[in-house]
Design a protein around this ligand. Sequence first.
Ligand code: CPU
Length: 560
Amino acid sequence: MSAKRFVLFDLGGVLLTPGLQAAFRRLEETLRLPGGFLLNVFVKSGSDGPLARAERGQIPLSQFVTEMTKECQTSAEESGVTLPDTFSLEPAFHDIFDNGGINKPILKAAIVLRNHGFKTCVLTNNWVDDSPSRQRTADIFSFLNHHFDLVIESCRIGMRKPESRIYEYALKMLKAEPQETIFLDDIGANLKPARDMGIATVLVKDTENALKELQDLTGVKIIESEEVRPPSADPDTVPHGYVTIKPGVKLHYVDVGSGPVICLCHGFPESWYSWRYQLPTLAAAGYRAIALDMKGYGESSAPPEIEEYSQPQLCKDMITFLDKLGISQATFIGHDWGGAFVWNMALFYPERVKAVASLNTPFFPADPEVRASERMKQNPLFDYQVYFQESGVAEAELEKNLERTMKIFFRGPGEKDKLPSFISSSGVCERGGLFVGLPEEVPRSKMLSESELQFYVSQFKKSGFRGPLNWYRNMDRSWEWAVKAHNWKILVPALMVTAEKDPVLLPVMTTGMEKRIPNLTRGHIEDCGHWTQMEKPDTVNEILIKWLGEVHSASVPSKL
Ligand code: CPU
């Protein structure tokens, strides 16, 4: 038996409950029709009847319902069954999508398999939905598109199950061989041609048994498997945008979903890609999530001048960015340096900030008595920042071997194989460099895959570390600007999420934030180090979605 690498899932009756047949049974009960009456009409109408034509996309749902209702009336007359005067099949079709729900264990299995390198596909007999409930259909398909590599609807391609050419089509689209493929459906007749072609099939009668069979066929633990990672944005397929801030300076961003705007601001030394696990979830929850490459990073410009990276300049750039996109207000979520930045946005431009959230980074109000550069020198944990001050020095060290640099930075708490779990941020000046004393060969952390690591590496090839390090070289310039607001309050809705094991941005540093941010909501993530979004993507998403729901309750229609 060759190894399986592809899985096809039927929709109604497998990924969604109930299926068409169960919906018919329910309608028969409601209308007190003899059991099997509706199914019979469908079977009788055959492969050129209204259902088959709707499923091949030859007629839309509304026309199909009208025709089928007529066939039911004819069949009722012939067999002496009385139908109510107002009889219509429409409720059965509402039932399928409207009252139906996602079969969560099956969806979870599909996600786990995809995380294990399987290609997953939805293969459904479906119709063109022009009914009043079509928004719901759109939401379901938009959701499926995030979770599967491919979604095939019969009505878009003019062929339907159980025609064998639809299975050939699916294999071709997936570049799969039958022997590498598994197909799950709740209708035996749909499985037969696939089985005859050499595809392994699973008849879904109940979820538990279907999952057992799927587990045996794939060799992947899908029952009671550990926590699944949320879907991740793929740099090759996600929509990208560019806004010119001024001649020669542009900001690049990734833009998914529709609804209230959420601006995601990453930290040092990262990328829009640090939000990859948040983007699809925010979009699915009804927001427009915009993750920027902050100035100096990735595909955004990286002007060489230090002043380009002062907090007042970065905030002005962001306002220009919003203006050019025609966004009057956004919710800002930042991590690390992005966190420091979003607190400044909320302080200085509250009109443009619907709400503000920071992961790991506390709000540090400027102390008019102590310059920021002094304060930095007083805290041994921030010694690396002193080392970062001299232009060119840290650039040389961090740019020498980008892959090694990223592997050293991206490590989680408790990962102690060969390397300390996190580079020591103190004693850096004394040891003469951030990485001094570390081996040449360093292992990659479990928290990111080889291709994810390589994406980060690719992003630093373009502009290196000068721009990113310049964020640290404006301490006093930004402090002088922030002193004006040293006793201002932040009154927009605010969220502070602390990470228990961040070795630089300690949860204790957030004590007392309520004095300046009276309406502060808090979240805390245990066993989480510095790289919060990729270390604990599920927990981050849960905290953000709950808080965003409270903040935007009036403006976000609930999806799914
Ligand atoms: C860790 C240890 C040494 C060097 C770099 C790092 N983050 C990576 C994390 C660096 C950082 O410096 N954040 C700032 C954000 C603004 C407040 C001060 C800390």
